[in-house]
Design a protein around this ligand. Structure first.
Ligand code: BGC
Length: 441
């Protein structure tokens, strides 16, 4: 076990100061703070903050909790409702401000860097070295969990966002084949509509709309264009005709959804699909976990294919846990948890329930269903065909992500907003982001 003193010494002093300063600045504004945590207690109980609150997500979390219990660790659950972690992110911030950070948190993508920069996160280098993480995980996963050459997160699973789910019974009754390109998708949607069915189950919740939109961007321009837009935030890329085209298609797709498209949680969208009331869904494969949990079996009741036009690509969201150091009293348990979640056995079992796929290169595709196998194989092709999801925090910081989502959402709900208005809004926003970034250098 690493002693608290060792960890303190190992953490660069500058980060300690940054962290203290950050807390100080934030606290001047908001806090009635417990400045120091109560007497340090060495304990094997870990509070875990996450946003897995649907039936299948809970099942996946319970599986992790049970494996931890086998190793003598108690999982104290702090599940915060809200798809894509919208609520959990806010709760985490306020808890950190109140000096009440959970020991373990689902922090993903660019947010890992944001929290690590403030010096809050436990370094997991020893666990990583002892368990050969650098050769076991896909390179993209390696990059995601590191910050300034230190491992600061433990990976759980990879979700594929560019997945089209289709109802097998409806498709076979109408003699439809899964669409592979835009034209085929348009034909399938028209046939479904003519048969009196809703072609696409969708919510107007901002993050769910933006999830569909980033699929359209990937189909238009592939991973490189997706990165130009959402990672590099290149204003010229926004003015590109592919952007306008994707917006037009988004509006066209609105005609394939419930009218009006109501704002509902993703679990309700899944229900509409599994009640055979809508024939397709385009979203992340966490919905597969939910379908399976409800008795809707892969390749019997439904199947998956890639979002038309994105067959070779993998639009990913990677789930990860980071550990808050707090008073350093739970390091042994935190390290145990980090080691455990990345083991081949837990990876295989957890991901089968969650709908995601293993982060390990040595995973066994024979143990996966057809959707998972397609996802895992696509991800294994490497960075050139992978695209980091905007909505799921893989591409940019929280503030930029939320602002971009709001612009897309506004276009989606208000028919008077044109693609050109939307492009102009986003360009103005990217210019401001750029200026802010320069000022912060
Ligand atoms: C997470 C998934 C989660 C989904 C829906 C994504 O950001 O990666 O684990 O199931 O949001 O909330």
């Amino acid at each position: 076990m690493i002693s608290p003193a060792h960890h303190l010494a190992a953490s660069p002093l500058a980060w300690r100061f940054a962290r203290a300063a950050a807390l100080g600045v934030l606290c001047v504004a908001f806090c009635t703070v417990k400045v120091h945590a109560a007497t340090p207690q060495s304990d094997s109980t870990l509070q875990v903050l996450h946003w897995w609150t649907s039936a299948s997500e809970r099942k996946a979390a319970s599986l992790l909790a049970a494996r931890m219990a086998d190793e003598g660790i108690t999982w104290r659950d702090a599940g915060i409702p809200g798809g894509a972690g919208i609520g959990a992110g806010k709760v985490l911030k306020s808890r950190v401000l109140a000096n009440d950070a959970p020991e373990v948190t689902q922090i993903i993508g660019v947010s890992i860097r944001e929290w690590a920069d403030l010096g809050f996160l436990l370094e997991l280098d020893k666990v990583a070295a002892a368990n050969k993480w650098n050769t076991s995980f896909f390179p993209t996963i390696q990059n995601l969990i590191q910050h300034r050459k230190h491992v600061v997160a433990a990976p759980l699973g990879i979700h594929r966002i560019n997945t089209l789910f289709y109802n097998k019974k409806i498709f076979s009754t109408l003699k439809l084949s899964p669409p592979e390109n835009w034209d085929e998708l348009v034909t399938v949607a028209a046939r479904l509509k003519a048969a009196g069915l809703i072609p696409l189950a969708q919510s107007s919740e901002p993050w769910q709309v933006a999830t569909l939109f980033e699929n359209l961007i990937l189909a238009e321009g592939g991973p490189e264009y997706h990165r130009e837009l959402f990672v590099k935030q290149n204003a010229q890329a926004v003015m590109d005709k592919r952007f306008a085209h994707a917006l037009e298609r988004l509006r066209q797709m609105k005609g394939w959804m419930n009218n009006p498209v109501d704002e509902r949680p993703w679990t309700e969208v899944v229900k509409q699909f599994s009640k055979n009331e809508a024939a397709m869904m385009i979203t992340g494969d966490w919905v597969k976990g939910e379908l399976n949990d409800g008795g809707f079996v892969t390749d019997e009741a439904f199947s998956c294919t890639a979002m038309p036009g994105t067959g070779k690509y993998h639009l990913y969201s990677v789930d990860t846990f980071s550990m808050f150091t707090n008073d350093y009293s739970r390091i042994a348990a935190q390290e145990k948890l980090a080691r455990l979640v990345a083991t081949p056995a837990v990876q295989a079992d957890y991901n089968a329930v969650k709908g995601s796929v293993s982060v390990r290169r040595d995973a066994d595709p024979a143990r996966m269903d057809s959707c998972a196998r397609a996802s895992w194989n696509a991800f294994a092709q490497g960075a050139a065909t992978q695209a980091p999801s905007l909505v799921h925090r893989m591409a940019t910081d929280e503030t930029s992500k939320d602002a971009i989502i709001a612009v897309i959402h506004r276009y989606f709900i208000d028919a008077t907003v044109s693609p050109a208005d939307t492009q102009a809004r986003l360009v103005a926003m990217y210019k401001t982001f750029g200026n802010n970034k320069k000022q912060n250098l």
